[in-house]
Design a protein around this ligand. Structure first.
Ligand SMILES: *Cc1c(COP(=O)(O)O)cnc(C)c1O
Length: 421
């Protein structure tokens, strides 16, 4: 009889997970993905899972369109319009109007383009305000641009816990923030911070890497000036998928970006010697689009069909809450929650701090539970509402409890770091 209680408790968690999965209105979307059997994949915030649609589309693009159609496919298969078509689909997912999003390059490169455009719109100002804990590539790109411009631009970094709005002043050209903190999942109030930036006469750039495809966004109504985001996280476009950028329509006539390649030219096939930017968002393109990767991203967006972003957000909140609750009950105080406790204050991930976070992540991967580690001490679990299930959240919580209980993560082979964490 001594163990009757734990068994009852285990049954209670299983029953809850089953009930939540059975009541999930978007459970059908899981079939659109190829998630290996038995794998608990909680890293879709770093690399989204493969859709069946992408796998088929890439095969067709390669063998039919490229293999048989060759150069004619630029017109016949619509390659030339593919960036704009994919961009408008992403616009629909982030609450942006048609013609305000471009798909190209990587998030880093797009950040460079929109930051250069924004700084040129505030020529008399020299300060970019951001956060020290921002995703490093954003800070690196800003540093590189400031050096290239050689006009005395400086990056003013606000420390963790400080309000970025407090650093705004009459010298601030741009407030550049990542909407969702990649380590903790904490969400900034985009509308309020944008309003504060505008009140100080500055423009805003929002990095939506961990927002697009996971949160309900209203880029139009938020007042945001510029944004960038990632194609391979919650949008599931595939490793290194093209990224996107957003330029508010009110800035498009004036905004110029410095990577003035022919695909952003008003008439790329006139082969004029001088650069004339295209009207509208297309001037944010630079070179020939990566057609195979774009095809994959385009097909991956099919996974959002028949699902609203409100449903995705509801399921995300329910998944992260259920997981955090299960970890608290089954793991106890061994892990410190790094994400906001308030469920609406966090995006689609739950993070914990632990001194052995790297080894823990590795030991979990060996058990088929894939989360990730972020330096220095963060163990991160991403929940992709289109394919993750409540049963997986429970399996992950149980796996963490088992690893910690058995000290599995202390084994020497988990202490060696791989190049990509
Ligand atoms: C993932 C991520 C990036 C990635 O940038 P790439 O240039 O696509 O490698 C940028 N910013 C943030 C906040 C990210 O989370």
């Amino acid at each position: 009889m001594a163990d009757a209680l734990p068994h009852a408790a285990a049954g209670h968690w299983d029953a809850r997970a089953r009930a939540l999965d059975a009541a999930d209105p978007i459970a059908f979307a899981r079939e659109r993905f190829l998630v290996p059997d038995g794998l608990v994949y909680l890293d879709g915030n770093s690399l989204g899972a493969l859709t069946h649609a992408s796998a088929e589309r890439v095969a067709r693009t390669v063998t039919q369109e490229w293999g048989r159609g060759l150069i004619g496919s630029w017109n016949a298969a619509g390659w030339v319009d593919l960036p704009a078509r994919v961009a408008d689909r992403i616009a629909g997912l982030i609450g942006a109007p048609e013609g305000s999003v471009a798909v190209a390059d990587s998030t880093s490169v797009n950040l460079f383009k929109v930051l250069a455009a924004a700084l040129a719109l505030r020529p008399e100002r020299r300060v970019v305000v951001s956060q020290r804990q921002n995703f490093p590539t954003d800070l690196y790109m800003a540093e590189g641009l400031a050096q290239l411009l050689a006009q005395g631009h400086e990056l003013r970094l606000v420390d963790e816990g400080e309000d970025p709005a407090g650093a705004l002043c009459e010298r601030t050209a741009v407030l550049m923030l990542t909407h969702v903190d990649y380590r903790t999942g904490a969400i900034h109030d985009m509308a309020a911070l944008t309003q504060a930036a505008h009140a100080a006469g500055a423009l805003t750039i929002w990095d939506l890497a961990h927002s697009a495809g996971a949160l309900e966004l209203e880029m139009d109504r938020s007042g945001a000036d510029f944004a960038v985001g990632c194609g391979y996280k919650f949008l599931n476009g595939g490793p290194g998928a093209p990224a996107f950028l957003f330029v508010a329509p009110r800035h498009q006539a004036e905004a110029r970006q410095p990577l003035s390649g022919w695909f952003g030219h008003a008439a790329p096939f006139s082969f004029e010697p001088g650069y004339r930017p295209s009207d509208g968002i297309r001037r944010f393109q630079a070179g020939t689009p990566s057609v195979i990767a774009l095809s994959s991203l385009d097909a991956a967006l099919d996974a959002f069909e028949g699902v609203t972003m409100a449903q995705i957000r509801e399921k995300s909140v329910a998944l992260t809450s259920f997981f955090a609750e299960a970890v608290e009950a089954l793991v106890g105080s061994g892990l410190a929650l790094a994400s906001p406790r308030e469920e609406r204050a966090r995006a689609s991930q739950v993070s914990y701090r632990h001194d052995a976070a790297y080894a823990l992540a590795q030991a979990l991967i060996e058990r088929g539970i894939v989360g990730d580690f972020r330096a220095p001490d963060i163990l991160r679990f991403g929940f992709a509402p289109l394919y993750n299930r409540f049963g997986e959240a429970l399996a992950a919580a149980r796996g963490i409890a088992a690893v910690l209980r058995d000290g599995h993560h202390l084994e020497p082979r988990f202490q060696v770091r791989n190049a990509v964490t």
